[in-house]
Design a protein around this ligand. Structure first.
Ligand code: G3P
Ligand code: MG
Length: 254
């Protein structure tokens, strides 16, 4: 089968949560490291603090990637900013904080990075998260290039209404909620420019069903060259990678 036609021109490798194999995920250090190693786009996860500030943090709970305890949603941005988000990864990164989206949008402008903002709502905050992100983007003088994505259909529906010209993507991990046919139809209905799938789904019918669909397929999380080649060979346009397929990244500015 020939390669699936590509509709977008995102890079073939997008740094996942920054270059998160080599720096703590979703921190400024991780985003800067991606840029230092030549990546032009990165993916990151946005959720709201208790006082409604969009911040970048993957898990609903604080424990895995910070020295905080409990649910992220229970704390104000001011409190979350006091936490250490680097020491869990290595002593070299002690002092990294949980970034606000506002800070990271500035970083993107400074480093000319594109940002894939995965809307990762706290429970029942699908629409509130999109509204807060939209308000922040509206309030700023300038914004970088953005690609929205989410597992949440409610979040993507609101992205479509509020920011119709910002590209968006449905994220799918498995077939628990929808069949492959339904996923393709849903991606089209939401006007998505891409469908972001768990890389294991390239071995399923989804690839065949999406072959003629008017959106790209991107795969997460792909950390080995052999897996990347399988994804690209299956017609995927881009992969999300923690390693960037690098064995030894450049760690510091020369
Ligand atoms: O956006 C792609 C990927 O990040 C989705 O899964 O859990 O790593 O945010 P997760
Ligand atoms: Mg993500």
């Amino acid at each position: 089968m020939a390669l699936k036609f590509h509709f977008t021109d995102f890079p073939t490798i997008i740094a996942h949560r920054g270059l998160s194999a080599f720096a703590p995920e979703n921190t400024m250090a991780s985003f800067r490291l991606a840029a230092l190693n030549g990546f032009r786009w990165f993916e990151t996860d946005v959720r709201l603090s208790a006082d409604g500030i969009p911040m970048l943090f993957h898990d609903a709970e604080l424990e895995r990637t910070s020295n905080g305890q409990g649910l992220f949603v229970d704390y104000s941005a001011a409190h979350l900013k006091t936490l250490d988000a680097g020491g869990w990864f290595s002593q070299d990164f002690i002092g990294e904080t949980i970034p606000t989206l506002d800070e990271v949008l500035d970083l993107c402008l400074e480093l000319r990075l594109g940002i894939n903002l995965e809307i990762k709502p706290n429970v029942d905050q699908d629409q509130a998260t999109v509204e807060a992100v939209h308000q922040l983007l509206q309030s700023r003088h300038a914004n970088p290039e953005i690609l929205f994505s989410s597992y949440s259909v409610a979040a993507l529906t609101l992205c479509q209404q509020l920011r119709p010209r910002t590209p968006r993507a449905l994220v799918v991990d498995n077939f628990e909620l929808n069949t492959a046919d339904e996923i393709v139809a849903l991606t089209e209905r939401l006007g998505c420019t891409s469908l972001h799938i768990n890389q294991q789904l390239i071995y399923t019918d989804l690839i065949r069903l999406a072959y003629y669909a008017p959106f790209d397929i991107m795969c997460f999380t792909v950390n080995k060259k052999i897996t990347a080649e399988r994804c690209w060979g299956a017609g995927c346009a881009s992969i999300f990678s923690d390693t960037g397929l690098l064995e030894a990244p450049t760690l510091k500015q020369p």
